[in-house]
Design a binder for this molecule. Structure first.
Ligand SMILES: NC(=O)c1ccc[n+]([C@@H]2O[C@H](COP(=O)([O-])OP(=O)(O)OC[C@H]3O[C@@H](n4cnc5c(N)ncnc54)[C@H](O)[C@@H]3O)[C@@H](O)[C@H]2O)c1
Length: 445
């Protein structure tokens, strides 16, 4: 790395191995529910000129290159070679038999008037038979499941599905993004500690290996990068990190950062930046989609609660600022309330204190739409994981932390939660890939 004092930027060798994005990119999603169908329908709508891809960094955002005065601000999609929307093809698995059109209608996120224009491409996406285990998702049941057999055999069946999809669609490359339900909380166990233990566990039906891990294993064995949109463990386990590294594949997770946590990772850095104290943060919300139904189960909620709570602790660093953040009370609730469907409403009450300890309050009332916020993240992750793979990047992709509530990190490192540090990290990684100077914002010229 070379420091360029006069330009206040850092420069690195151009990454030599950035292969072009030629041919079709297959996007495989376990879970064809609200998020997945909103994502696929959105891409099809954009392809037809019916909408613009709002919320997607890869499609909308620009990246500054060089000095502020240079005026070089290309779109990210023009700056790095990403797969084009016209080259995307989709496949998925679900325990329900509905095709993506029927599932999107049931999810009721998008208007019928838009969906009816997308009936043909969506109806052609029919879910493959799911690897499902009611020990991991307890509140829903569906008929479209693989027979219960050895986990090793289920992984092989998923690999066959992936190979079949590749042949059917002519995909040159593929990525897999988990858009399925949140699984019951499981900590990393002995069977997850090495690839050897994990494969042994597959052969002996070890109860700590979840369906999402079977999909992830099958993806990585098939040479397909994997990202986890939900809070459960999946690839955040040494065995699957080992497999990803061995196969030269990028992985990322966990849990799409969309509504309340997005706000949390914007507001809390501001409080810390001004050295304002925090005595309590109470977050609650109501949502009525199937995700909300699954999260009623205490096991699935525990997975979610764990990822939702971690961000504040890391950002505020109570160990360094005990007078400000040592004892703050943090509570997160999710309430299933069917009338709202996907239109989640979140409330945050934030008790803070300032000069001489005087208390103040912030109230946030976010009337959002869960899948509308999540869909562009699925698109970005698919395109950026594919890019990472072509750039020869393997293992955990910390530069994609921007998209996650609980970013995966290498052993011994803490995750970065501050949204704007995450964005800088992402953009600097793209600059590095193209051999552009990294931007430090030093600005002493
Ligand atoms: N929407 C958001 O803002 C947001 C944010 C962060 C995380 N997430 C996560 O994204 C995931 C998807 O959310 P959603 O709103 O689309 O939920 P959803 O319930 O509408 O869809 C999930 C689908 O996964 C299917 N499924 C469950 N287990 C499966 C398995 N083993 N194999 C294949 N399919 C399976 C379900 O049948 C369902 O159709 C959830 O885990 C959710 O927690 C969503």
């Amino acid at each position: 790395m070379r420091y360029l004092g006069s330009q206040h930027t850092l420069s690195m060798e151009k990454n030599p191995s950035l292969a072009p994005a030629e041919g079709k990119l297959g996007i495989l999603v376990p879970g064809l529910g609200a998020v997945a169908t909103t994502f696929i329908a959105g891409v099809e709508a954009v392809k037809r000129g019916l909408a613009i891809p709002i919320g997607s960094l890869t499609q909308m955002a620009r990246i500054r290159l060089g000095k502020r005065t240079d005026g070089r601000n290309p779109r990210i999609g023009e700056f790095v070679p990403l797969a084009q929307l016209k080259d995307l093809v989709f496949g998925g698995w679900d325990i329900f038999e509905e095709n993506a059109f029927e599932s999107a209608r049931k999810a009721a996120v998008l208007d019928d008037s838009l969906l009816s224009q997308l009936k043909e491409p969506l109806s052609n996406i029919r879910p493959m038979k799911a690897v499902f285990d009611s020990e991991f998702v307890r509140t829903i049941r569906g008929p479209n499941q693989m027979p219960q057999r050895l986990k090793k055999e289920q992984a092989e069946a998923v690999m066959d599905d992936i190979a079949g999809f590749e042949e059917r669609t002519g995909a040159e490359r593929m990525v897999m993004i988990w858009c399925g339900s949140t699984e019951v909380y499981h900590a990393s166990a002995a069977v997850h500690q090495s690839l050897r233990d994990f494969e042994c566990g597959l052969a002996t039906n070890h109860p700590d290996i979840s369906p999402s891990q079977i999909y992830a294993y099958a993806a990585l064995r098939s040479g397909v990068p994997y990202a986890n949109g939900a809070p459960h463990l999946t690839v955040d386990a040494p065995a699957l990190v080992e497999l990803a590294r061995e196969r030269g594949l990028p992985i990322a997770g966990k849990d799409f950062k969309t509504g309340q946590t997005l706000m949390k990772t914007v507001i809390s850095p501001a409080l810390k930046a001004r050295m304002l104290g925090l005595s309590g943060w109470f977050s609650t919300n109501i949502l009525g989609n199937r995700d909300g139904e699954v999260l009623q189960d205490p096991g699935s909620f525990k997975s979610k609660e764990t990822t939702k709570l971690a961000a504040l602790d890391q950002i505020l660093q109570a160990d360094l600022y005990p007078e400000l953040y040592r004892d703050f009370f943090h509570k997160v609730c999710i309430n299933y309330y069917p009338p709202r469907g996907d239109a989640k409403e979140g409330w945050d009450n934030i008790d803070i204190f300032g000069w001489l300890g005087y208390p103040m309050q912030i109230k946030v009332n976010f009337l959002c739409r869960d899948s509308i916020l999540a869909a562009p993240l699925v698109l970005d992750l698919a395109l950026l994981l594919d890019l990472a793979r072509r750039a020869g990047m393997r293992g955990i992709q910390e530069w994609l932390s921007f998209y996650f509530k609980a970013p995966m990190t290498g052993p011994g490192l803490y995750p970065e939660h501050d949204l704007f540090i995450q964005l800088m990290k992402l953009k600097n990684t793209l600059r590095w890939m193209r051999g552009e100077d990294l931007i430090t914002h030093l600005g002493l010229d």
